[in-house]
Structures are given as structure tokens and as C-alpha cells.
Write a new protein. Structure first.
Length: 476
């Protein structure tokens, strides 16, 4: 039995590429059966894998004398096995109250913070990579999957506990609780018992004590089958993530997402792409629920201007051919003092020939040049030429104002800027944010859209104002 379990764990670690020979491993040691089994197994494999080991015990300040006895047990066991051990004493009830979370969650956060700090410190000290080994086993994995299923989850929640996540490795995920206890018994190794594991006040304990036993009565191999399903769901999730990442790279811009690449996707894949897009936006996935992802998918087919509110003063608006992300910071930047008009006097530009100005965080390059008959007028979306002599004393870069207009044809017919923005189906919230090149209330150019015909370069033009709006790459 002893050798069988060691080979089983070693094989699983190799299969999941958890460690390579010569690494260091920080072992999370609570003193319970699972972590004691993990410690003893790593000690057994220490010489074979040329591992450097250390253990960390975190005392939560909850169980009084019993917890202090567990800490002493962990230290003595490590001393006997020649493994360095560090003990941390924390005020988890105080942290839970301060962060307004459960004690269970506060304890989990603090444990992983300490473990990460120790691993980082050992890497700096030894100059080699270190991993963090925690003692989750097959029963824990099954409980996690059922817990997520009960609360409501997608594919990712059905993947259970990942064998490897960053520095964290879980060598015992292929081993059942029963196998762990039997192995320790055969070894003659004692361990601590945590009375809180017997209480039903924790949700996972209720699954452990009541749900899993009922499922094992239906089929004794229930835990094994649940873990096999979690493994398959993990493979499926990895495939979906790869596909979604490729599609997202094709469809996304800085704050927009093209609709067309998503329209023909199966619904489940479209939602995965949208979820990944939300995670990359400012604010990330904080407080985002599955309902937000579903409603965002519906927004793709919604009319222009339709809006989905997101947590944290954020929103997504349906544009003509894309979804556009907005947040409070951007509104302030566009509509506040940072977006005050930039005025360029012709005398200044005439004397220097070129200049660069900034408006609302974007740069504009201005250059004065002499017209030549052989010159080709650029057709780029973000570089335009204007008849410089048609500009009066100055021009501005600003946001829209009441009374703005454009000239649409050589006959001088006008259209108000407000009417143009409506006709172009530009979402209402985008309109106040659009940067404009203006001469008085005459809009010379809306970058990315159109320029006024009045200022176009003709055969009689003598001087040209070249304007480059740095929204796109310089070679666009």
C-alpha cells in the first residue's frame, strides 16, 4: 500500500508537470491527515526528485488552545523529518470583520498570501523555482464540483480544482480521503483532528457529510466518476479558451468589439468570447455575473444605442458594427476640464511649420506644406489635408457644441453636426466624446468619419494643412 500510493502520486505529479528535479517546495501544513500525508509523501520523494522542502503552518486565532497544540504538532513533526517549518499566528476573525467576508474566506486568503510570500522569498534566496504544495484530494475535488453545481456555474466551475495554478500544485488530487487515512495508518503516523470539520455550519461540510455519502450509496465509485467528469470538463474548457482567445484577438480593439465575427458563432462560444473580453477591460470581471454575459450576448443583435449597465459605473453600448465599452473615468476625461478646447493660431503654425498638440489624451500632428500639382491627396482615415488659406485666424480641436455644422457638397449645402451623428447611427453617449477639428462652428473634420467639403484641397490650393490624428498606428 505504501509504495503504491507513492508511485500513484509521483505518476500524477509527472503527468501534470507539477515539478522538475531540483525545485523547492513550500508545503502547506495544517497538521490534519491530508497535509500530514502530503508532507510525508514529499519527504519520501525528496531524494529521488532532489527537492528542497520547507513547511508553513498558519494558525487562525480561532480555536484557542487546540489550534496552538496543532501548531506545536506541526513543528515537532517537521523537526523529526528534517524539514524547516515556519508558524504564522493570524487574527482571522478580525480580518474577516475588516474585509466583510466569512472567516472561512479570510483564512483562505491569508494562507495563500503567506504561502506566496514564502515561495517568492525562497526563490530570491536560493535562485531556483519554488512551488506551493497544498493537500486537496479527490474528495475535495468532488465536493467543489458539487458546490459549484448547486450555486450555479458554467463549464469552468465544473472543472473542479485545478491540479496546477501558477506556483500552486496539488499532488493528492488523484487520491481519495480513504486512501490517505489508510496510508497514514499503515505508516503509524498520527495527525490532528479539527473539530470544525465536523460542523455543518460550513457549506462544504454539508456536502461532505450528507451529499457525497448519499451519492456513494447510489454508486460506490461516485467520487471517482465525478473527478473523471471534472477532468473532461477541464479539457473542454481549455479548448474553448483557446478558440475564444483567437476569435477575441481578431474582433477586439482598445475598447470596442466587432459584432460581425461573433454573430455566426454558437451561443456558448460567443459567450466565452464576451466573458474573456469583459475580463480584459478596466475593472475586469469584478462583480460580473453569468447574467451579464448572457445579456451582453443579446446586445450584439440589439438596436444601435442600446446599453447594458455593468457593475462599477461601467457600461457597454451597441454601436453600428461594434460593442463599445465605457466607464466613469472615460466620461470624466471626455467631458471635464481635460477635454477643454485646444486653439491653434495660424500665425504660430505659419512660423514654426509644424507642431504636435494633445486633446483628451490623444495626440494631433499638424504640418504646413506648399501645394504641388503632382501631390496625391491621402485617403487615410486618420490623416487629412485641408486648404490652409480657407481657415480664418485660428482653428480648434474640441468636442461638439451647439450650432456645429458641416458642408456636404460644392454647392455649400450644410448639415448640422447633430443631424449627421444621428444619420450615421453613432450612439448617443459617443457623440459628446468625439474629437473635432473646427474653424468656429464649422466642423472641418470628424476623425474616422468625414471632413467638410469646404476645406478640401483643390487645384487652386497654395498651402496645405496636414493633420494626423494619432488614434491609429502611424503607418495607417
Amino acid at each position: 500500500m505504501k509504495k503504491d500510493l507513492e508511485r500513484q502520486v509521483l505518476s500524477y505529479m509527472q503527468e501534470k508537470q507539477m515539478i522538475t528535479p531540483g525545485m523547492g517546495v513550500v508545503i502547506a501544513l495544517s497538521g490534519g491527515a491530508d497535509s500530514v500525508c502530503l508532507l510525508r509523501l514529499m519527504v519520501q520523494l525528496r531524494r529521488e526528485l532532489e527537492l528542497e522542502l520547507m513547511a508553513v503552518h498558519v494558525e487562525h486565532g480561532i480555536r484557542g488552545k487546540e489550534a496552538l497544540e496543532d501548531a506545536a504538532f506541526a513543528q515537532k513533526l517537521c523537526q523529526r523529518l528534517l524539514v524547516p517549518c515556519k508558524v504564522y499566528h493570524c487574527d482571522i476573525p478580525g480580518l474577516a470583520a475588516e474585509r466583510k467576508i466569512s472567516q472561512e474566506e479570510a483564512g483562505r486568503q491569508e494562507r495563500y498570501r503567506i504561502l506566496e510570500e514564502e515561495a517568492e522569498g525562497m526563490e530570491r534566496l536560493t535562485g531556483k523555482p519554488w512551488r506551493i504544495a497544498v493537500a486537496h484530494h479527490a474528495d475535495d475535488n468532488a465536493e467543489t464540483m458539487l458546490y459549484h453545481l448547486a450555486r450555479g456555474t458554467g463549464i469552468r466551475g465544473l472543472c473542479g480544482i485545478p491540479p496546477v495554478r501558477g506556483r500552486i500544485i496539488r499532488p493528492l488530487l488523484a487520491v481519495s480521503k480513504e486512501e490517505i487515512v489508510d496510508w497514514l495508518k499503515e505508516l503509524g503516523q498520527d495527525y490532528c483532528l479539527d473539530a470544525t470539520n465536523d460542523e455543518d455550519c460550513y457549506q462544504r461540510n454539508r456536502i461532505r457529510h450528507h451529499v457525497l455519502p448519499q451519492m456513494q450509496q447510489v454508486n460506490p465509485g461516485a467520487v471517482n466518476h465525478i473527478n473523471q467528469t471534472a477532468e473532461l470538463m477541464g479539457e473542454l474548457d481549455l479548448y474553448l479558451q483557446q478558440q475564444a482567445s483567437e476569435i477575441l484577438e481578431q474582433a477586439k480593439d482598445e475598447r470596442t468589439l466587432k459584432k460581425e465575427p461573433l454573430l455566426l458563432l454558437p451561443e456558448f462560444l460567443r459567450r466565452e468570447v464576451l466573458h474573456r473580453w469583459l475580463m480584459r477591460l478596466p475593472g475586469g470581471a469584478k462583480d460580473i455575473t453569468w447574467d451579464h454575459v448572457v445579456r451582453l450576448s443579446d446586445l450584439i443583435k440589439a438596436p444601435v444605442g442600446k446599453e447594458l449597465q455593468l457593475p462599477g459605473n461601467r457600461s457597454v453600448i451597441s454601436g453600428y458594427d461594434c460593442l463599445e465599452f465605457w466607464d466613469g473615468q472615460r466620461f470624466r476625461q471626455a467631458g471635464g476640464d481635460a477635454a477643454d478646447a485646444v486653439t491653434v493660431h495660424k500665425d504660430t503654425l505659419t512660423s514654426c511649420g509644424k507642431m504636435e498638440v494633445e486633446f483628451a489624451g490623444k495626440k494631433w500632428r499638424l504640418m504646413l506644406r506648399q501645394a504641388e500639382k503632382t501631390m496625391e491627396i491621402p485617403i487615410k482615415s486618420y490623416t487629412k489635408w485641408f486648404d490652409y488659406d480657407k481657415i480664418e485666424r485660428s482653428f480648434q480641436i474640441r468636442n461638439r457644441q451647439e450650432g456645429d455644422y458641416l458642408v456636404f457638397d460644392d454647392a455649400g449645402r450644410r448639415k448640422s453636426l447633430a443631424r449627421y451623428l444621428i444619420d450615421e447611427k453613432i450612439p448617443r453617449k459617443m457623440r459628446d466624446d468625439l474629437p473635432l477639428l473646427c474653424c468656429g462652428d464649422h466642423v472641418m473634420w470628424i476623425p474616422g468619419y468625414r471632413m467638410s467639403v469646404y476645406f478640401k484641397v483643390e487645384h487652386t490650393t497654395e498651402r496645405i494643412l496636414e493633420v494626423q490624428f494619432m488614434e491609429e498606428s502611424e503607418d495607417e
